[in-house]
Write a protein that binds this ligand. Structure first.
Ligand code: ADP
Length: 228
């Protein structure tokens, strides 16, 4: 098999050039299901983690790459006093107006994609055994499923998701419920998953599940190495 660095040096950087070089894992789940908890554990085991939610936050933080375009398209009132995107104002707008969501995504998606490719290429060249793309709306966004080798879904009951998100943020129950309604349902995710990580128990129960997942992915990596 060509090494990741050889293959990547000779091609235009894009995610499909990483396919068959190392396993590409999609990690998704509803808000508050525990995607970050799972990806943190996988990262500790040596996985290359690309968190698209984190990237989305970074580009809309003060001086983020999306800020000027958001100001130009939506007005300075959508930027708060720190220079970051005013999330609650924007959330209210995109829930009320689907065309505003489209306009926002037209700004953010290309920037998220560019940074995702940059991080993935860097991690592959640095010798990560596999890459995990943490994508909250993976099922809703279409093109991911053709790229990835394994779709992992983090699952817990909706009531647990709501409690966790209310605890970690200042969102109200209604706001969290609204976000949940805009996402794929639990059933839709479970139907399409190649592997499900159950995260309804204590955080400590998660670790053995994640270790099993890591071992399964290392087996995929071995198969990939021996088939090329
Ligand atoms: P996601 O990334 O899917 O939105 P997180 O991993 O951020 O979800 O988890 C949401 C919140 O719930 C976080 O504050 C996290 O620490 C907490 N959490 C995650 N899993 C558990 C668990 N099994 N038990 C208790 N709290 C958890």
């Amino acid at each position: 098999m060509a090494t990741a660095s050889l293959l990547l040096d000779s091609e235009q950087p894009c995610l499909s050039s990483l396919k068959r070089v190392l396993p590409l894992i999609g990690l998704t789940g509803g808000i508050g299901s525990g995607k970050t908890a799972v990806s943190d554990l996988l990262g500790k085991l040596g996985a290359g983690i690309i968190d698209t939610d984190l990237i989305a936050h970074q580009i809309t933080a003060p001086q983020g790459a999306a800020i000027q375009s958001i100001k130009d398209s939506f007005g300075a009132e959508f930027i708060d006093s720190s220079g970051a995107l005013d999330r609650s104002k924007m959330r209210a707008l995109v829930f009320a107006k689907p065309e505003a969501r489209k306009a926002l995504e037209a700004i953010t998606h290309p920037l998220i994609r560019q940074e995702t490719i940059r991080q993935a290429t860097h991690l592959a060249k640095s010798g990560a055994p596999y890459l995990v793309f943490v994508v909250p709306l993976l099922l809703e966004s279409g093109s991911w499923e053709t790229l990835i080798d394994l779709l992992v879904v983090v699952d817990c009951p909706e009531a647990t998701q709501i409690e966790r998100v209310m605890q970690r943020s200042n969102l109200s129950r209604q706001e969290v419920e609204k976000i949940l309604q805009a996402q794929a349902t639990r059933e839709q995710r479970l139907t399409r998953a190649d592997m499900v990580i159950q995260n309804q128990g204590a955080l400590g129960d998660l670790e053995p599940e994640v270790i099993r997942l890591h071992q399964k992915i290392l087996q995929i990596q071995k198969d990939l190495l021996s088939s090329s």
